[in-house]
Design a protein around this ligand. Structure first.
Ligand SMILES: NC(=O)c1ccc[n+]([C@@H]2O[C@H](COP(=O)([O-])OP(=O)(O)OC[C@H]3O[C@@H](n4cnc5c(N)ncnc54)[C@H](OP(=O)(O)O)[C@@H]3O)[C@@H](O)[C@H]2O)c1
Length: 332
């Protein structure tokens, strides 16, 4: 590799630019492992960064893309050798470090996870950051049965259900045999949600309302990707000893609730952060991916974009206009 393609973001005063450029290898400045990238993916945070840096990017010119999977091509690390297949998500790559919307990346070895044998780089990025986060949420719901030795889980709720995190959560929870209610603002996506395992479809407007401190107890577990009023309402509808995994803010970063669900129903609100999750946990989660995810089903909701498509269309994710996952083929 001497020259390769990448998305370059730049900011000059008020002017913010995004373009696909051919750049030199010497441009890559962080880390000790060079990875030839096969795929990246589109996540909500990518949309924010592509828009205007999202207050996350500190230096320009910058290469965005918060995740990628590919093959090690040069390594100064004893832990990785040429030819190793690897996955990267989080660690603020694509924000303060150069990211995955490029044919090559150079990152710190302790950010990388070796690709498990039963996955390939395409499947890894069909999941990507959103999928890994969804698996973290699903394991939290399951924790009532596994770690806490509580009552079995039956009914679960997923908000932002057609989104990246939401759709993987719907799929994985239904594969576990739970009855999944999917909350969506997209009236035309009921069939898609049913095809990935949702049993009941709930119109977002039903939950996007002021919550009572306690409401009818309906769900044993919740995966919330949107925050705000919808999360408060979901808490008030959670059954005694239910698990609520909160990972997102697609609606709002605010949460106006009461202590009632916690002290009267013993509900657990469990925050999820996939960015700084320890490597050992990531290795475990990736090793479980094929157990939790039916890739054949999930693939039906996957769109494949190139770098140029990211430039023209990434803003759609901020408007909630994308359903399922967007896989980014950086060599397209
Ligand atoms: N904590 C972490 O480690 C972590 C990791 C990954 C992602 N996240 C967060 O999780 C959230 C989802 O990420 P994603 O990549 O899955 O994004 P996404 O694909 O855009 O999914 C978000 C979904 O939320 C729903 N939505 C959008 N705007 C909304 C609004 N104003 N009110 C209510 N619902 C709305 C939409 O689904 P419907 O149309 O079906 O309702 C949308 O598809 C984001 O906030 C992201 O920052 C956090």
């Amino acid at each position: 590799m001497s020259k390769f393609k990448a998305i370059i973001l730049n900011q000059d005063g008020e002017k913010f630019t995004r373009e696909v450029k051919e750049i030199d290898k010497s441009f890559l400045k962080h880390g000790n492992v060079v990875v030839k990238i096969d795929y990246s993916s589109l996540n909500y945070k990518d949309g924010m960064i592509l828009k205007n840096g999202g207050k996350l990017v500190k230096e320009y010119p910058h290469i965005p893309g918060i995740d990628f999977a590919g093959t090690v091509e040069e390594s100064e690390s004893p832990n990785f050798k040429n030819g190793d297949k690897v996955i990267l998500t989080g660690w603020r790559v694509g924000e303060i470090y150069f990211g995955g919307y490029a044919q090559y990346a150079k990152v710190q070895d302790n950010f990388l996870v070796k690709l498990p044998k039963d996955l390939d780089t395409k499947k890894a990025m069909i999941l990507g950051t959103a999928g890994l986060t969804a698996l973290m949420c699903v394991l939290i719901i399951q924790a009532r049965e596994t770690i806490l030795k509580g009552e079995p889980i039956k009914d679960v709720l997923v908000t932002g259900a057609t989104g990246g995190v939401g759709s993987v959560a719907v799929l994985a929870l239904s594969k576990l045999g739970y009855i999944v209610s999917a909350v969506t603002g997209k009236k035309d996506k009921s069939e898609f949600l049913k095809s990935i395992g949702a049993k009941n479809i709930i119109d977002r407007s039903e939950l996007d309302q002021e919550a009572r401190p306690l409401d009818k107890a309906l769900y044993d577990g919740v995966v919330d990707t949107v925050g705000g009023k919808i999360l408060a309402k979901a808490l008030s509808h959670t059954r005694p000893n239910g698990m609520v995994a909160a990972c997102g803010l697609a609606s709002s970063y605010k949460l106006d609730t009461t202590v009632m669900p916690f002290i009267i129903r013993g509900i657990k609100l469990w925050g999820v952060d996939s960015v700084t999750a320890p490597i050992i946990r990531r290795q475990f989660l990736w090793s479980q991916a094929t157990t939790y995810v039916d890739f054949e089903k999930l693939s039906k909701g996957v769109s494949i974009w190139g770098l140029q498509d990211i430039i023209s269309s990434s803003s759609k994710i901020l408007k909630g206009d994308i359903s399922g996952r967007v896989l980014v083929d950086v060599n397209k």
